[in-house]
Design a protein. Structure first.
Length: 213
């Protein structure tokens, strides 16, 4: 695989663990990065500071991203998205991209050894681009889109939900109605939790599928 190095600075939207996060802010310079490889729809880079762990995480993404892409495309009725650049960064928060339609996706490395966790974050970021391109009302910067993002990512990597689940935040609150209403933020555990629970209620109790068409 090739090994070119690039630098990057951009504004980020946070996919926060357990609803934790912050509004988009100007991030410090990231990288330098090494390009690990490419598939039909993804080019994957890792921060040089991650060393061998970065290579292994990038390889895990390269091994799974096209299958994840195919499933996302099916769920969104053939909507086009990408190509994507995936940047694996040091950190433990989750993932981010500059806008809902932005195809430069940043995924934190967490422990540096859990490829499935990085793949979950990659799906959570990529599915938001599919939402933006489909343009039928799922807003990645609001509670409905953030809820769907988490549901789809968990569907692909169910064993990695721990730390990202938000349903309990709504159950332990006064349970406001974030089904009739959408909260214009993607960092509230309460409204995101309501969205994820409602989507799963539609699936598990009423028998609807995940196809967003």
């Amino acid at each position: 695989m090739s090994s070119s190095t690039i630098f990057k600075t951009e504004t980020l939207r946070v996919f926060g663990k357990s609803g934790a996060g912050a509004p988009a802010v100007m991030a410090p310079a990231l990288g330098p990065y090494t390009k690990r490889g490419s598939t039909a729809n993804f080019t994957v880079f890792f921060d040089n500071s991650l060393g061998t762990n970065g290579q292994n995480l990038a390889d895990a993404v390269l091994a799974n991203c096209e299958q994840d892409f195919s499933q996302l495309q099916a769920w969104f009725g053939g909507t086009a998205a990408g190509p994507f650049n995936v940047f694996i960064d040091p950190g433990n928060n989750g993932g981010s991209h500059a806008t809902c339609a932005a195809t430069d996706l940043h995924c934190d490395a967490f422990s540096g050894t859990d490829g499935a966790l990085v793949n979950l974050v990659n799906v959570a970021e990529a599915d938001e681009v599919f939402m933006a391109n489909q343009n039928v009302g799922w807003d990645c910067g609001a509670s409905n889109g953030e809820g769907l993002s988490r549901v789809l990512a968990t569907e692909r990597y169910p064993a990695k939900l721990n730390g990202f689940a938000t349903g309990a935040s709504w159950l332990d609150s006064d349970r406001p109605d974030w089904v009739t209403n959408t909260e214009p933020t993607d960092v509230s555990g309460v409204s995101t939790g309501c969205a994820t629970l409602f989507i799963n209620y539609l699936r598990q109790q009423l028998g609807f599928n995940l196809f967003m068409t």
